[in-house]
Design a protein around this ligand. Structure first.
Ligand code: AMP
Ligand code: MG
Length: 346
């Protein structure tokens, strides 16, 4: 497939270039564009044939529903019903931004988009390029992360170009995503809202505005994953070609353990990578990638680091364990999935 590429400067958005891509969306084609979370692979959410192309381009299982991206809050009332007060508060407080809400769907939303469910996931992104393209397309845009299913989500222009050029009709290259982790998915159809996928808007932030929030308990253990309420959380995800392990315990023990594993692997000809906080990066042997100083930075850099490990032909990656406080919950969720829940306790 010939892919039309547009390079857009976020600080000086060329609206006529965006128009070219929005026209593709209007014609029922697929276009990749940056959002504040990760790059999204978009198509008209109300057009079944267009949505089918998203699943094909990603190789995504058809029971894994898509998030519908809107330009304005008003559009939500065309797509969903039974919108309660907590949903209203979330939209008011956090939109535009990195949180998706699950609502009862109206008939206008095809089952292809909702993965056969009676609910629909909706988000209003804040990224100015995403907003302009959705506005010009004039329709709600279904847009899952723009990676081949199972791979780490793309957070930089290079990631989408390398992985998706030729698989979609258009790509907007628009720099790096701000958060680098996918949106928080919050089910607001139940009495007490429940986080189905942790993201950069945290449980603590949500509880400040809507009171008690639950977290889907099946996310914590691999054995329970098939019970996850968000179908996408059941699948293998965020996996580089390298085999990932999380090393957990006291910091000094982690460093000692990883270094001895690196040595052992070296003797066996296994190329080993290490992912850690910036402050520890000089303490490790092997190919070391710092994820940054703060949890926010780790969230931003994680998927890029996983992709880098593959570029460096690394066979095995050891990652430090991170705190599950705040955005740490989303980081550890993604890291556990990418590691297939393999943890080395020291
Ligand atoms: P992605 O589009 O790759 O960011 O993934 C979207 C996530 O939201 C997946 O884990 C989906 O399974 C989940 N999701 C989308 N729609 C729904 C829905 N109606 N109910 C529950 N989870 C959903
Ligand atoms: Mg995804």
């Amino acid at each position: 497939m010939n892919t039309i590429i547009s390079k857009i400067d976020i600080n000086n958005i060329d609206k006529s270039e965006i128009k070219k891509q929005a026209e593709l969306l209007k014609k029922g084609k697929t276009v990749i564009f940056p959002t504040e979370t990760v790059y999204g692979l978009g198509a008209n959410a109300l057009d079944e044939d267009a949505v089918k192309k998203i699943y094909e381009a990603k190789g995504r299982p058809s029971d894994n529903p898509l998030i519908v991206h809107v330009y304005s809050k008003e559009e939500v009332y065309n797509l969903a019903k039974n919108i309660n007060e907590k949903a209203e508060i979330i939209m008011e407080h956090f939109w535009p931004g990195p949180i998706t809400i699950i609502l009862d769907k109206k008939d206008i939303v095809p089952y292809k988009t909702s993965g056969g469910l009676e609910t629909v996931a909706i988000r209003m992104p804040s990224h100015p390029i995403a907003r302009e393209i959705i506005k010009q397309a004039g329709v709600p845009i279904a847009a899952p992360s723009a990676n081949i299913s199972g791979r780490p989500s793309p957070t930089k222009a290079d990631h989408v170009y390398e992985e998706m050029n030729g698989r979609v009709s258009g790509i907007v290259l628009g720099g790096d995503c701000n958060f680098g982790l996918e949106s928080t998915v919050l089910d607001v159809t139940t009495e007490t809202p429940m986080i189905l996928r942790p993201g950069s808007i945290t449980k603590e932030e949500l509880e400040k505005v809507i009171g008690e929030v639950l977290v889907d308990p099946s996310l914590a253990r691999k054995e329970d994953n098939d019970k996850a309420k968000a179908p996408g959380m059941k699948y293998t995800h965020y996996s580089p070609d390298a085999d990932v392990y999380i090393v957990s315990g006291n910091e000094n023990n982690i460093i000692e353990k990883i270094n001895s594993l690196v040595e052992e692997n070296k003797e066996n000809g296994i190329r080993t990578g290490v992912m850690c906080l910036e402050k520890n990066k000089d303490k490790y042997k092997g190919e070391v990638l710092s994820l940054g100083n703060t949890l926010e930075e780790v969230g931003c850099n994680l998927f890029h680091a996983l992709r880098q490990m593959d570029k460096m032909n690394i066979d095995v990656v050891y990652s430090e364990e991170f705190s599950t406080y705040g955005v740490g919950q989303a980081i550890m969720n993604r890291l556990l999935k990418s590691a297939g829940y393999k943890i080395i306790n020291v």
